[in-house]
Design a binder for this molecule. Structure first.
Ligand code: GLC
Length: 556
């Protein structure tokens, strides 16, 4: 365990609960004393004690206890297949077997999991280890005390980052992490090498902007789970974090603190109208900035980066909470917006024309509830609801506690639309007809209510469950898991489902899709032991109060 000193504030870099509670706004200001007594007593409590405590085993108590739980590393867990009756549902055992079959070895060491073990379809790149896809696998392994594969994965992908990356004659940024990699076996030399894809082979040559963020988030989850900060403290890892974030924090022509992206930059890796400032990337950006703050040693180059991160977090949370947030009141305000306002007094800062508001959003918005919309840029608000961005907003505390509650309220209120017969819609609603032609470029894979266009992705179950536990609503997750259990295994773990309520196995969905399997396992293990959520959840920064925009209706 290492300590560092920033402006007189001594911080430990791993299992310290105050680290998670870190008030980044104050980091650059005055020193803050740590509650060492409390820290020690928590560190001294055995994890078995925590995980077997009757209070904790009752998931309803999760929110109150979560804070205590996350202070302890989750090492020392026995295999979840043998404790707490995890195998009570036969699917769990099957899922572990399937997950193990997806493991990829490099020179005898486990380094990741293949995207899908499905030989019936054309492989394309589903025989690769995707960075984003490995995250739920990694969490399942960490929860099961199997840390080696996660460590190897983090180190191998870090090595890949240092490769020279080129698309045609254009060289990509140093910090770019691969979308995926595979092990190439040379039968002549009987030698294994890694082959990585940074977007130069990907369909559409799309950039994996999310990969670097997931890498940082996973590094923090590993550190949290094992209580071992030696990996994150390695100079190479510190440099890796800095390189990833340098890509995002460099100065340019930006007028917003959000990150400008091309289409296909994330889980939705095809043209789907997510270009601009997609919520998925903004939420992952925010979360990885907060994780980096916990992992970076603020000395030398790290110190400068910590300062940049602190500033960006302030601006980013203000921007997101003010302009991406939509609830009934906000919707009504936008509906009544005046346009063509010039100067600092403008209420409708981005000049959104009320006539551009889609019809569906008025019916979709429940009286209680809200969400972060898909995208905000000049004269454009994409009102679509995206699962990943909203769940990560809750987990990272980009959403205030009130906003987090509202996001869960909306999921409950729009259960049929968002969960339906298979959790969870990647986005809502689907784009249809002429709009589909224009927005997707007539993509036959992304027809309405299919794949990335309103399809239902079982992998999202782990994110929903984590968000439910963090907001103290485990019963919602339980309900969603029950829905998934009715079909997921019977259908052989499809990648996605199609249809307005997710009733049909997706048109071109792979079977035995690893992240569908791992997502289910992670959801089950989190519900069983809510302390696991601490690996992927950050407590609210108390200083980061929401700043609401002045709106017309407030000024009369
Ligand atoms: C599809 C998904 C992408 C995923 C990949 C591998 O391309 O859109 O998110 O990483 O498959 O499963």
């Amino acid at each position: 365990m290492s300590t560092f000193n920033l402006n007189g504030v001594t911080k430990k870099t791993d299992t310290d609960e105050d680290i998670d509670d870190i008030d980044f706004s104050k980091l650059l200001e005055k020193p803050r004393p740590l509650n060492i007594d409390r820290l020690l007593s928590l560190d001294e409590r055995s994890l078995t004690e925590l995980s077997t405590s009757p209070q904790l085993r009752n998931a309803e108590n999760a929110p109150r206890l979560l804070h205590d739980c996350v202070a302890s590393p989750s090492i020392g867990f026995n295999t979840p297949r043998s404790v707490h009756g995890f195998e009570s549902h036969p699917m769990v055992g099957e899922a572990w077997d399937a997950l193990r079959r997806s493991m990829v070895y490099f020179r005898g060491q486990p380094v990741g999991t293949i995207a899908a073990v499905d030989n019936s379809e054309e492989k394309l790149n589903y025989d690769q280890v995707f960075v984003r896809d490995f995250v739920p696998s990694a969490l399942a392994f960490l929860m099961n005390g199997e840390t080696e594969i996660v460590r190897n994965f983090l180190l191998k992908t870090l090595r890949l980052q240092s490769w020279e990356k080129k698309i045609d004659r254009f060289q990509l940024g140093e910090g770019v992490m691969p979308a995926s990699f595979k092990v190439f076996h040379d039968p002549v030399r009987n030698h294994e090498t890694l082959i990585a894809d940074f977007g130069e082979s990907a369909i559409g040559r799309v950039a994996p902007v999310d990969s670097g963020f997931w890498w940082i988030i996973l590094l923090r989850a590993y550190t949290k789970s094992t209580g071992d900060s030696s990996l994150a403290d390695m100079p190479d890892c510190q440099k890796g974090i800095r390189l990833i974030l340098s890509l995002c924090l460099s100065e340019g022509f930006d007028t917003f603190p959000t990150l400008l992206c091309a289409d296909g930059c994330c889980m939705i890796d095809r043209r789907m109208g997510v270009y601009g400032y997609p919520i998925e990337i903004q939420a992952l950006f925010f979360m990885s900035l907060r994780c980096a703050l916990l992992l970076l040693k603020p000395e030398g180059e790290g110190k400068e980066m910590v300062e940049q991160i602190v500033k960006r977090l302030h601006a980013l949370s203000y921007h997101m909470r003010s302009y991406f947030w939509l609830d009934l009141k906000q919707l009504n305000d936008i509906y009544r917006y005046k346009t063509e306002e010039y100067s600092h007094t403008a209420v409708n800062k981005f000049n959104v024309i009320p006539d551009s508001l889609p019809e569906w959003v008025f019916d979709f918005m429940p009286p209680n509830g809200g969400f972060f919309i898909g995208n905000v840029s000049p004269a454009r608000m994409d009102f679509r609801w995206f699962a990943l961005g909203n769940c990560i907003a809750i987990l990272s505390s980009l959403a205030t506690p009130e906003q987090s509650t509202a996001i869960m309220d909306l999921i409950e209120a729009r259960w049929e639309e968002l969960v339906g017969e298979m959790p969870l819609k990647v986005c809502y609603p689907a784009i249809e007809s002429h709009e589909w032609k224009i927005v997707t470029g007539c993509d036959p894979k992304n027809t309405r209510w299919s794949y990335h266009n309103g399809g239902s992705w079982p992998v999202l179950l782990w994110l929903l469950t984590a968000a439910c536990i963090k907001t103290g609503r485990p019963q919602i997750a339980r309900r969603a898991i029950e829905v998934a259990e009715a079909r997921l295994h019977k259908d052989n773990w499809p990648e996605y489902y199609d249809g307005t309520v997710g009733r049909y196995v997706g048109k071109q969905a792979r079977k035995c899709q690893t992240w569908s399997i791992a997502g289910y396992l992670v959801a089950k293990m989190m519900l069983e032991d809510p302390s696991h959520v601490g690996m992927v959840a950050l407590e609210e920064d108390k200083q980061m109060k929401p700043v609401m925009r002045r709106s017309n209706s407030w000024t009369c």
